[in-house]
Design a protein around this ligand. Structure first.
Ligand code: IMP
Ligand code: ZN
Length: 349
């Protein structure tokens, strides 16, 4: 497990007794919302930065000095709000734009979540956005990630392919075609995701609707980042729900109409407590929308989102459930066990 846990999760963990931590460690739980490039352990990022050579003007846009500065910023990560959050990914992408580094990064992320005597989770659904990189097509990208994922047994991990809201329609279509093709070949792609800058792109377009329809028809499950900010229009949220998602990421600012659909359809919510607090889309744990879903006995899955910038861990996120206020939500062990069980029940396999 990463040693460099900070902030809310570190404080919550510090309030728990050894037996409470042991209880959390032993709970079977599924991590269903972790972005590959947002989950690379810092030591691996430092290693990539040390070896960085800008060999491709297209994919290595930064000088060695710029990369070093970027890594330093990542080490002292300081989020102003969610809009400032996407910048650091440009530096990370420059570091994972070769097949060798993408492979190493994937291996390290899988190990971070799945290896060791008390792994962070029993099961990981890792997600990543296919990118063109040095001598790699988007198809090569997904195959490279899958090759690592498939080194683990089927009941431990699988891949979700992400669409970025900024993608041009033809790129979105290409990504869906890749996901369908690999699934039909028996590769371990279980779903598609919609992510990226929450205010980018046109989510009403025919091409977006077609992508999700095709994915569903091919047997792929759908998860969507939705209502991540207050500025996501209510109408857009309803539009996204019309794509019949199986799960939703964040779902922070859904109105009554949208929530009625979510409850009715029992669409599980991927809850990322630290991510929401650090991106300041939720002001305090006490005000978090997880309370609404728990009160309504609605399925939720506790997830980390991006452990690289947020310096959290899945154990730490569960500590936020169990720790007493103000460090956590003060839930009972039975309630926390039920939440962990819901994460297992919300898997795409
Ligand atoms: P990747 O898909 O493996 O490259 O992981 C990093 C990418 O995930 C980022 O560039 C974003 O597009 C996306 N991402 C990570 N965290 C969030 C989030 O909280 N909201 C929306 N998109 C996110
Ligand atoms: Zn996310």
């Amino acid at each position: 497990m990463s040693a460099d846990i900070r902030g809310h999760v570190a404080e919550a963990l510090a309030t728990l007794s050894p037996s409470q931590i042991d209880f959390l460690r032993r709970l079977p739980k599924a991590e269903l919302h972790a972005h590959l490039n947002g989950s690379i352990p810092l030591p691996i990022i430092r290693e990539f930065a040390k070896e960085y050579k800008p060999i491709s003007p297209q994919f290595h846009k930064y000088s060695v000095e710029q990369i070093q500065d970027g890594v330093k910023q990542l080490e002292d990560f300081n989020l102003e709000n969610i809009y400032g959050f996407f910048g650091p990914f440009a530096i990370i992408y420059a570091l994972t734009s070769t097949k060798e580094n993408l492979q190493k990064a994937t291996r390290a992320v899988l190990a971070e979540f799945l290896d060791g005597e008390t792994p962070q989770c029993s099961y990981l659904e890792l997600r990543s956005t296919p990118r063109e990189a040095v001598e790699m097509t988007r198809l090569d990208y997904v195959q490279t990630v899958l090759d690592e994922v498939e080194k683990y047994p089927k009941d431990r991990t699988a891949l979700i392919v992400s669409l970025d809201r900024k993608m041009k329609p033809e790129v979105m279509q290409e990504v869906i075609d890749i996901a369908k093709k690999l699934r039909s070949e028996g590769r371990r792609v279980v779903g598609v995701d919609l992510c990226g800058d929450p205010l980018a792109g046109d989510m009403y377009s025919q091409s977006v609707a077609k992508c999700f329809e095709e994915a569903r028809n091919a047997g792929l499950k759908v998860t969507l980042h939705i209502a991540e900010t207050m500025d996501n229009p209510a109408q857009e949220n309803i539009q996204l729900l019309s794509y019949k998602p199986n799960r939703l990421g964040h779902a922070t600012f859904l109105n009554d109409e949208a929530n009625a659909i979510v409850l009715q359809e029992k669409i599980a919510i991927e809850i990322c407590l630290s991510s929401n607090l650090l991106c300041k889309t939720v002001s305090t744990l006490d005000a978090h929308h997880i309370r609404y879903y728990l009160k309504n006995d609605h399925p939720v899955a506790i997830c980390t989102d991006d452990i690289l910038p947020f310096r959290n861990s899945l154990l730490g996120e569960y500590a936020l459930l169990l720790a007493k206020a103000p460090y956590g939500l003060g839930l009972s062990e039975d309630e926390v066990a039920r939440i962990a069980q819901m994460s297992m029940e919300s898997r795409f396999v």
